[in-house]
Structures are given as structure tokens and as C-alpha cells.
Design a protein around this ligand. Structure first.
Ligand code: ATP
Ligand code: MG
Length: 194
């Protein structure tokens, strides 16, 4: 199964989401779990190099051709981290996705970028948003979730803002984070295109 993590906007939590989904996949017993880094910035690759995750195989694929090839395998779980800018690579990945996870933040300025990302998703491919670095209990978060529900965009997860998650590869993966992303993965797997 191919899960593509994408948002045309930068800095929303794509790489963090991709790494945690891969870790959640290992805990779920998916074998192999392949984390495909389609971003020339190589943030996922650097994360895994600095802090290897047992059971996660990293493939760097920063071009349309390489990402398409990396997504050809039919066993296990493939999680693809995509770049913010390069629309051709993003499209190449999204076209081949069984589900698309769209990280976003709370707050109105984020909506149009999510909609631009959703517009790239083929009509039969399921997608859901994940609100990253969320401040639980705030009006901003509640309004954001209500807005997406009103737009019939599924909210697959709300990931709390945590220092340990913000530390990236400098810290071990955060337990609460893995559990929250396990729920996202469950939703993505359940709704995947067959
Ligand atoms: N749940 C969270 N709690 C706290 N910080 C978070 C959380 N999720 C992501 N962040 C932080 O948000 C910032 C952006 O995250 P990340 O690098 O994953 O985004 P990105 O979309 O991959 O960025 P880019 O577009 O540059 O590739 C990072 O500093 C990351 O640590
Ligand atoms: Mg990134």
C-alpha cells in the first residue's frame, strides 16, 4: 500500500508525519515498511540517517521517475514524503497513491493550500487531513476542525504540539505521537482505494 504525505505548502509537518506513519506501520506489523523521500531537501533521509528506525527502509527518490519506481512494489507499506514546491514530483506520487494524507495547521490561512492539494488527488483516491502541532482545547483548533467537517474533508488525525515531536531526529520518537499517527494510519488503510 502506498500512502503519500503531501501539502503544496511548506513547513506544515509532512516530514514529521511521514516518519511517524512509518514508525506506526512497523508497530502494526507491516513488513517491509519503506519510507520514500521524494524531497530534494532530503529531510526524511537525514532524519533516518541521524536516528535509524528499526524496520524502516529508506529510499531517496527526488524525481518523477524515481518516485514512480519506488512506489511500484506491492507488498508492505510505502510512505512517501513529498516536497512543498515541486508540483510534478507531487503529482507523480499522488497519482500512484492508495491514500493521501494531508498535514496542515490550525488557522484560516491554511485552507487554500489544502484545497490546492486536494485538487491534485484523483477522484477515487481517499484522502484526509491531519492537523499537526495542534494546541488542544483552543478555539482556533475547534474552528479549524469544524470548518473541514463542513467542507466534507475528513479529519484523520489531530497531533498535539509537543517539544519531543518538534525535536525531530534529535529525540526518540514520542510515544503519544506514534499512537496518534497509528490512528491516522488505520484510517488511511481502511479507506484505501482497491
Ligand atoms: N506535533 C508537532 N509538535 C511540534 N512541532 C511539530 C509537530 N509536527 C511538526 N512539528 C514541527 O513543525 C516544523 C515543520 O515540520 P516538517 O519539517 O515535518 O514540515 P514539512 O511540511 O516537511 O516541511 P517542508 O515543507 O520544509 O518539507 C518542524 O520544526 C517540526 O518539528
Ligand atoms: Mg519536509
Amino acid at each position: 500500500m502506498n500512502i503519500v504525505v503531501s501539502n503544496v505548502k511548506g513547513g506544515v509537518g509532512k516530514t514529521t508525519t511521514a516518519v511517524y506513519l512509518a514508525a506506526a506501520g512497523v508497530e502494526r506489523g507491516e513488513d517491509p515498511v519503506v519510507l520514500v523521500d521524494a524531497d530534494r531537501q532530503a529531510s526524511s533521509a537525514e532524519w533516518i540517517e541521524a536516528s535509524p528506525l528499526e524496520g524502516v527502509e529508506l529510499v531517496e527518490a527526488p524525481s518523477e521517475r524515481t518516485v514512480a519506481r519506488a512506489m511500484e512494489r506491492h507488498d508492505g507499506l510505502v510512505v512517501v514524503d513529498t516536497p512543498p514546491g515541486d508540483e510534478r514530483i507531487v503529482r507523480a506520487a499522488i497519482e500512484r497513491a492508495d491514500a493521501v494524507v494531508i498535514p496542515t495547521r490550525a488557522g484560516g490561512v491554511e485552507f487554500s493550500r489544502v484545497v490546492a492539494t486536494v485538487e491534485m488527488v484523483p477522484s477515487r483516491t481517499p484522502y484526509g487531513i491531519v492537523v499537526c502541532a495542534a494546541r488542544l482545547g483552543t478555539n482556533d483548533l475547534a474552528q479549524t476542525v469544524a470548518w473541514w467537517e463542513g467542507e466534507h474533508v475528513p479529519v484523520w488525525g489531530i497531533i498535539p504540539e509537543r517539544v519531543a515531536i518538534a525535536s525531530g531526529p534529535e529525540a526518540r520518537l514520542h510515544r503519544e505521537g506514534i499512537d496518534a499517527y497509528a490512528d491516522v494510519l488505520r484510517r488511511a488503510v481502511r479507506r484505501r482505494a482497491r
